[in-house]
Design a binder for this molecule. Structure first.
Ligand SMILES: [Zn+2]
Length: 153
């Protein structure tokens, strides 16, 4: 496969690019799309704002239409109170989401961190001085032959 960032050919999926260090996902495996954190933050902001508006509007109308009358049932106040608490809870959720959004924008991308700490990318592996498989197979077979007489004693 090709690296989607720098375009270097002949890459192994589910590893890092040999040229730029970009993570290469196995695209044939992951058909289900994973949404990035930015999208979750955006959805959270929208949902919080909607909940705040809805709960405060509903509690306002409960007080306005049914509240403070001679026939007002106590449950009206309980419901309006719960709605106000819900709105308040979502205000703090919205504040936290906005703070997280700000932090997320300020973060340093992983590639820049790697470049800053190592200064360069790793060299390609050198297998020229590796022992051939035929030699290691012979050695291990030889080892089992030498161990056997010891067990007989
Ligand atoms: Zn690359």
């Amino acid at each position: 496969m090709f690296c989607p960032k720098c375009g270097k050919a002949d890459q192994t999926p589910e590893s890092y690019c040999r040229q730029c260090g970009f993570y290469l996902p196995d695209l044939s495996k992951s058909l289900k799309r994973v949404s990035p954190p930015e999208e979750h933050l955006k959805a959270n902001t929208v949902l919080s704002v909607m909940t705040i508006v809805a709960s405060f509007t509903l509690s306002f109308f409960l007080f306005l239409v049914l509240g403070f009358r001679s026939f007002t049932h106590p449950l009206i106040y309980v419901t309006a109170g719960i709605l106000l608490a819900m709105g308040g809870w979502h205000i703090q959720t919205l504040i936290r989401t906005l703070m997280l959004k700000k932090q997320w924008k300020q973060r340093v991308p992983l590639n820049e961190v790697q470049a800053a700490t190592t200064g360069k990318l790793l060299d390609q592996a050198d297998f020229s001085d590796a022992i051939p498989v035929s030699v290691t197979e012979h050695t291990t077979r030889h080892l089992s032959e030498t161990r056997q007489p010891k067990s007989r004693v």
